[in-house]
Each structure stands twice: as C-alpha cells, then as structure tokens.
Design a protein around this ligand. Structure first.
Ligand code: G3P
Ligand code: MG
Length: 428
C-alpha cells in the first residue's frame, strides 16, 4: 500500500462520501482593518441551549465547526438537502458551530432569523458572521482609524437601499447610495433612465447636491464601502470612479493631480480621495444557476479594468488602492474564531472548557473557504481543518487550494469531522 496508506480512522472516513487530500496551500498577502467586538453587533445572550456538563452532556468537545452558507447550507435561498440534519445533529450533541459567510446585504438580525426559519434550526447573532460585519468597527474608529459615524459614506451594492439600512444599524449616520446620486443628478450616468423607477423606490435626498460651480458646497464622500454584490455595475462603477478621480472626494470635481508623472501613483489618489472598502472578494459563488455566478469580486475586477483603462493602470505605475475583507483573509477568521470562543463559552457556562483544539471549516469555494481555513494562523493555536464540498462552486478536479478532504455534502463533512475528532458519527 503506497505512502497514502490509510489509518483505520481514515478507512472509516473514506466510507463517508469524502476523499482525503495530501498537500497544503500558499500564504496570503494584504494588510487588514481592525475588527468589531461581537458586542457591537448587539449580540444577545446565546439562545442556543446551554449544556450543563453535569447532567445531559458528559463530554465537552475540544473541537467545533464553521459553516459557509452559499453552496453548503443553501443554494440561492433554498436549503440544501441534509443541511438541517447536519446542524441539528451538532446541536443535539452539544457541539459548537458558527456560520461564516461572504454573503450579506441584510442586517445580521434579519439574516439569522431568515436562516433559522429556512434551516429549521435555532441560530443567533453569537454564532453568525457576514462579510460586512467588520465594517461596524469603523463607526467609532480605533485610535488609528478615525471614526466615520458622522462622516458622509457611500454604500454600494445590495437590493434597493438595504445595505444603507445595515450601515445605519451599525451606527453610521450619514449614508448615501449611488441611487440617491442618480435620482438627484440623472446625467451622472447617461443611461440612468432605464432604472430610474427602481432607484426612485428607495432614493433619499442628498445631504448636499453636486455643485461643479462651487465645490465647497458640493457633496463630499469620506469613504466608499461595497457592502454587497452591486446590482447596476455600470452606474456604480461610474460613480465610484468619479469619486476616486475627484479632488478630496468632492463629486463634480476632477483632481488636477491626476496623471501628473512627477507625483507618486502618477498623481492618482494623491488628493485626499476617500478609501475604498470591499466586504467580499468572491469572484464566483454558487447561486441557483447550475454554474457558478460572478460575485462582488467580479465587480471589483471590472472596476480595476476600467480604472486601468482610464489611468493607464499598473503598466503606467498607477494602482487602485483598496481594502478587501471576508474569507480568505486572516482578519475575518480571527473575528470568527473570537465569536466561536465566546459562543462555546455560552454553551458550557459551568464547564472548565478544554482549549479549542480543532475547527472544521466546511466550504464550497477553494479560493475563500479552503484557502482561508488552510492559512489561518489562530492566535489561540487551534488547528483549522478545511473540508471542501461538491454542492457549490467546486465542480471537481484538483482544487486551487487543497482541503483535508472533499465531501459530497455538508452531512458527510460533519461526519468526517466527528470521526476525525474521535467523537464518532452515525453510519448514515
Ligand atoms: O455573495 C455571497 C457569496 O459570495 C458567497 O457566500 O456563504 O458562500 O461565503 P458564502
Ligand atoms: Mg460558499
């Protein structure tokens, strides 16, 4: 039998619709913004049943699970076959888990309520992380980054102005959307008439008009946040570009420093332009269609392309500075692990908990779930095992980032994890 010989444990694992893999992935780049404490999200006391170690659950697991959502528990908005079984079994066994998604576009409270209903499993805020959850940290700022509570931020993406409502729930008080700008100034995007009825449904009056004559009175954007997949890429790209080419983020202006070879970055983004934040890097995701669809990362790539065409781009030494959050980035996993630790503590209030040794990260996207799980450097030294499913983005073949195992679906992966942790799992 080759070096790949399997231990008795692995033979049992293999009988579960999972295959083991044998190599590990590449390091990540990009710095990372600081993260909000769960308290910022108004995380209420965990509703999940606390386990009295003395009475009904003698064993306290030194492992836990982290579940991706799209392509693992849901396909578009429908629950995947054995998602309920997987989560409810873990709850019966008293095994902690969190949901960790690059999705968003609704408040954490609304999404948790919706998911609990769809999956028919009691879930709460103490076990839930969305892609834009970390943006909540920027309301107060943290001594390094100035708080944005009263600054004028532009929130891009999502249905209608749902993302504005999420931002306001985090505490941002001055939020505009591209839709507000289009309704107030239709000529900013020559084809806006096509979607005007849509925008008029949720647009609000701007805090200031665009005044090209008198920039001191014109609308000034202090930060740009892409909260969720943009619905109108063209108009959103135009308006974000206008802000990034402006002077000081003042719409209607064009910075005189742009394209000045004597300046760094050829003068682009050298004139007080606002920072650009993305909440989710996913180029592709698993929606209802049988093939993966473009995600927020697709918009980012499109904007990068337009920026390069307009400014000369990297070939001319011009960069488009941006900060990207979400899986696979270290910051998101650090935040998720903190949440998992406090959720686990809430589940076993009386127990002296053994350290959290292992976390099974179950995902369908090699680029985000598997790469992130493989490369996460846990501040508490826990080991994250990534398990890749066939129910979403991954469609077979050698994945770009190698998981511990590839499983048919979420129930197989849960059983793989339970067996690998020595907890034991039902045969079927
Ligand atoms: O827009 C959501 C998508 O990018 C992926 O979501 O749950 O698979 O991380 P999820
Ligand atoms: Mg997914």
């Amino acid at each position: 039998m080759s070096a790949m010989a399997f231990s008795a444990l692995e033979v049992r694992l293999l009988r579960l619709g999972c295959q083991r893999s044998n190599a590990f992935a590449v390091p990540l780049r990009r710095p990372y913004p600081r993260f909000p404490q769960p308290s910022i999200l108004g995380a209420q006391k965990s509703t999940a049943r606390a386990f009295q170690t003395s009475s009904n659950s003698p064993r306290v697991p030194d492992f836990a699970f982290a579940f991706d959502i799209d392509g693992v528990l849901l396909r578009s908005s429908s629950p995947l076959p054995r998602a309920h079984k997987a989560l409810s079994y873990l709850q019966e066994q008293g095994i902690p888990f969190i949901l960790l998604t690059n999705g968003g576009g609704k408040s954490e409270t609304d999404r948790v309520a919706e998911l609990s209903k769809k999956l028919d499993v009691p879930l709460d805020l103490s076990m839930f992380v969305q892609s834009h959850t970390p943006f909540a940290q920027m309301v107060e700022g943290d001594g390094v980054q100035e708080g944005l509570r009263d600054k004028c931020i532009m929130v891009v993406g999502g249905d209608g102005d749902k993302c504005r409502q999420v931002a306001e729930k985090y505490g941002f008080r001055n939020v505009v959307t591209p839709g507000d700008i289009i309704v107030a100034h239709p000529s900013i995007w020559p084809f806006s008439y096509n979607f005007m009825d849509y925008y008029k449904k949720f647009a609000r009056p701007l805090p200031r008009p665009i005044d090209a004559e008198d920039p001191s009175k014109s609308l000034k954007i202090d930060a740009i946040f892409v909260y969720n997949d943009p619905r109108d890429w063209a108009a959103d790209a135009q308006i974000v570009l206008d802000v990034l080419l402006s002077s000081n983020g003042v719409l209607g202006t064009y910075s005189s420093k742009n394209n000045d070879p004597s300046l760094p970055n050829r003068g682009y983004l050298q004139d007080g332009q606002p920072p650009l934040y993305y909440s989710n890097p996913d180029l592709l995701w698993a929606a209802a269609y049988h093939l993966p669809r473009l995600g927020q990362g697709g918009f980012r790539e499109a904007l990068d392309g337009v920026w390069a065409a307009v400014t000369g781009g990297p070939q001319k030494g011009v960069d488009l500075h941006k900060q990207i959050m979400g899986k696979p980035y270290q910051g998101t996993y650090e935040f998720a692990e903190k949440l998992l630790i406090s959720h686990r503590q809430a589940l076993f209030p009386k127990a002296s908990l053994p350290p959290l040794k292992r976390v099974f990260m179950i995902g369908d996207n090699p680029e985000s779930d598997i790469q992130g799980g493989n490369n996460f450097k846990s501040p508490i030294g826990s080991e994250w095992y990534s398990l890749l499913l066939r129910t979403g983005v991954y469609q077979g073949g050698e994945p770009a980032h190698t998981p511990r195992a590839i499983c048919d679906d979420v129930w197989d992966a849960v059983r793989w994890g339970l067996n690998s942790a020595g907890w034991g799992a039902p045969k079927e």
